[in-house]
Design a protein around this ligand. Sequence first.
Ligand SMILES: C[S@@+](CC[C@H](N)C(=O)[O-])C[C@H]1O[C@@H](n2cnc3c(N)ncnc32)[C@H](O)[C@@H]1O
Length: 238
Amino acid sequence: MSKDIKEQFGIDEHRPSDWFEKLYAEANSDGAGVPWAEMDTHPSFKRWLKQQPLSANNVERALVVGCGMGDDAIELEARGFDVTAFDISQTAIDYCKQRFAQSSVQFLQADLLKAQAQWREQFDFVLEIYTIQALPPKYEQQLISSIASFVKPGGQLLVIAEVCDEARHFDKGPPWLLTPGHVQAFEKNGLSLSSQQIENDDSSAPAFGKLGRFVSTFIKKSCSHNSAPGLDSKNTKQ
Ligand SMILES: C[S@@+](CC[C@H](N)C(=O)[O-])C[C@H]1O[C@@H](n2cnc3c(N)ncnc32)[C@H](O)[C@@H]1O
């Protein structure tokens, strides 16, 4: 997708999120024209949920980063979470509200590259699927630090990303596949890796040096307790 999309939408490294609004505006609420739209819970998130049944105890708060068409937010709402889901594109948010008119998910337009102080340590569960890799490499540390900041002490973060062993460079994306180092970057931001699966299948474009789709679960360190929402604390690295 890299070259075509770059030319079609005039992707600018210094205004890295501008093209998403254009893409959604030219697309449709049924997902036609949105290359990453599953129009369902993301398959890797589905598999993860089968292995680690996640449910909110006493209405816990969840945040979906770069929520796109909104299906993952709806999955979390169905599991009892009080869900906030945001995206840079107002049109994407409008599609979510249209598609899920009965839902009480708070779908919001917001920018992950701007400070979102109101969300600092507010969420028991944070979900990030493919947003970091949708933005140029120079923003990686900033994005990781923001996403990590949203997790409550003792809360949980799930990151799903495509990973390769090649250095990241603006010319290579989008998407700008991550390197395995993204895991350590989250750890430097107060999170501990609690489990990880590396999936290999044909459902995404092949890329040189590709290692697979990393499905990484983190827990935010907490002084008082270390339990994650809806999970038993014996969950171990796989
Ligand atoms: C590759 S898509 C993934 C969408 C969704 N997570 C999924 O798996 O279908 C990346 C999403 O991040 C959103 N995005 C890009 N830049 C953003 C920013 N600065 N703040 C919030 N969302 C952003 C895009 O609009 C897009 O919906």
